[in-house]
Design a protein around this ligand. Structure first.
Ligand code: XMP
Length: 510
């Protein structure tokens, strides 16, 4: 049976980082809300209790019955550590001053958890409470300048607590410590790799789907492409892919991506539905209405196409782990789940059974699996691109002429980034067609034409972003090329706003 670590989430903002660190050690792990403990069978080798914005001193703070976890190794991080101390009868109190930031930890006693860590190992603290006294049978094994109980353990059982956050990169040996827990103490073998993931997932999909048919909508993006290749490896021609040209893709993207899909051997049908989308969008300027029109048209086209496939019973989706992790709601007892699964009243294809082969992976893990499967770099390395495509980069109403202008501008910008080796340094880039005209002069005549904005950002996950400091020479050259080559544009501006307070796209989206 596959082995794993379970992370119980008490609502910390950085719980996902714990999962990232564990998986980097090549050990599979899952995050579950503290109040929805999954079945703990023999595959669960160890349990990590996350941090939390709460205080164990508050009535109603999130808690668990530690005896439910059996005699598996347990590691409490920050709130998780305070909870272990508190439940065992120790004392947790408000720190005299909030402890936030860099500190240095020294081992006080040799312990499997601190094996190999340097003296004065840099750690990252972020807590308002501190453990004053440990329960009976627990001992301090590490301290910092100001925190005596920085790391503790049970004297005979594999139960540990750490006050700092080993999951953040500022804790420079945090990964070592997590590895000590996951491998040394919990005994996980480090066998969870993209190769093993691909192999076991393909075998499981074969088993699950048998001779059933699956329909999957491709977007040209990383997730749907990798999901398709995994399914294709499992069921071959029984995977029917649909790639819809909504007329809002990048210049030549439909043809290029379709060709890559064919090269990968996918059974894919390209559907030119541009006119339907342009008709649905005609006259709409409101961002919400535009998005709704695009969503509805996509559903109509996909529904119609999936009906043409006889006997299809599954809908494949490229959903990834961050979309399905249940988030702990700190202000209420209930945990919310982001769900897009089948509910009544949806089109027929949505009533199909859903298969989501990537729903346990983070984005960069999807890329690694894609690489293992031979998905070409031009698909794996692509910048994120919004579902409604260029429609949300044309402020105001959409016409085929405006799409044509924006596609040309965008292509000059994106090809320029690629030519100058800048594309991979940018998280996302694109051009926005503004609903303003401005005066210019070309030859002997004055012009009154469109303004385009260029946007390029660096980011890790799109939640926060900074504008890219692209070289002036590059921006100058691209601006010249755009104004000289794209009829209808006489001014180019560069967006130098960070997120927050701005957003990446210009069209509103809640
Ligand atoms: P913002 O503009 O909110 O964008 O900073 C964050 C990320 O989300 C993408 N985005 C969208 N994706 N439909 C999508 O599928 C949308 O309506 C939409 N709006 C923004 C954006 O491109 C960026 O990657």
């Amino acid at each position: 049976m596959a082995e794993k670590i379970i992370i119980l989430d008490f609502g910390s903002q950085v719980t996902q980082l714990i999962a990232r660190r564990v998986r980097e050690i090549k050990v599979y792990c899952e995050i579950h809300p503290y109040n929805k403990i999954p079945v703990l069978d023999d595959s669960v080798k160890g349990i990590i209790l996350s941090g939390s914005p709460c205080s164990v001193r508050d009535a109603n703070s999130p808690s668990i019955d530690l005896t439910l976890l059996g005699d598996r190794p347990i590691l409490g991080i920050c709130y998780g550590a305070q909870l272990i101390a508190h439940l065992g009868g120790g004392s947790v109190q408000a720190s005299a001053h909030r402890e936030y930031g860099r500190a240095h930890m020294d081992s006080k006693k040799s312990s499997a958890l601190l094996n190999g860590l340097s003296a004065k190992s840099q750690v990252w603290m972020s807590h308002g409470d501190t453990i004053m006294d440990l329960p009976k049978e627990y001992e301090v094994i590490g301290s910092t300048e100001t925190v005596r109980v920085a790391v503790f353990s049970h004297i005979s059982k594999p139960i540990f607590g750490i006050q700092f956050h080993p999951e953040v990169t500022h804790s420079t040996e945090g990964s070592e410590l997590i590895k000590n827990f996951v491998v040394g103490i919990s005994g996980c073998s480090q066998t969870w790799t993209s190769d093993s993931f691909a192999e076991t997932t393909i075998a499981a999909l074969k088993q699950k789907l048998g001779n059933d048919k699956v329909v999957l909508g491709l977007s040209g993006g990383v997730d749907s492409s990798v999901a398709a290749v995994l399914l294709h490896r499992a069921i071959g021609k029984n995977l029917y892919c649909i790639f819809v040209d909504n007329g809002l893709l990048r210049k030549n993207e439909f043809e290029q991506v379709l060709e890559s899909y064919h090269t990968l051997g996918l059974n894919v049908k390209g559907v030119n539905a541009k006119k339907l989308f342009y008709d649905a969008l005609a006259g709409l300027s409101d961002p919400e209405e535009k998005r709704k029109a695009i969503g509805k048209t996509f559903i109509d086209v996909f529904d119609q196409e999936s009906h043409l496939i006889e006997g299809v019973s599954w809908l494949g989706q490229g959903t990834i782990y961050p979309d399905v992790i249940e988030s702990v709601s700190i202000n209420g007892p209930s945990a919310t789940i982001k769900s897009h699964h089948n509910v009544g009243g949806l089109p027929d294809f949505m009533k199909l059974k859903v298969v989501e082969p990537l729903n346990t992976l983070f984005k960069d893990e999807v890329r690694l699996v894609g690489k293992t499967l031979g998905v070409p770099q031009e698909i794996l390395g692509r910048h994120p691109f919004p579902g409604p495509g260029l429609a949300i980069r044309i402020l105001g109403d959409i016409t085929p002429e405006k799409v044509d202008i924006l596609q040309k501008v965008d292509a000059i910008f994106i090809n320029g980034l690629k030519q100058d080796g800048l594309y991979d340094q940018v998280w996302q880039a694109g051009a926005i067609l503004l609903p303003v005209q401005s005066v210019g002069v070309m030859g002997d005549e004055r012009t009154y034409e469109q303004v385009v904005a260029l946007r390029a950002v660096t980011s890790l996950d799109g939640m926060t972003a900074d504008w890219c400091h692209l070289p002036y020479e590059f921006l100058g050259r691209i601006s010249n090329e755009i104004i000289n080559q794209v009829k209808g544009v006489n001014r180019v501006v560069y967006d130098i706003s960070s997120k927050p307070p701005a957003t990446i796209e210009w069209d509103y989206f809640f």
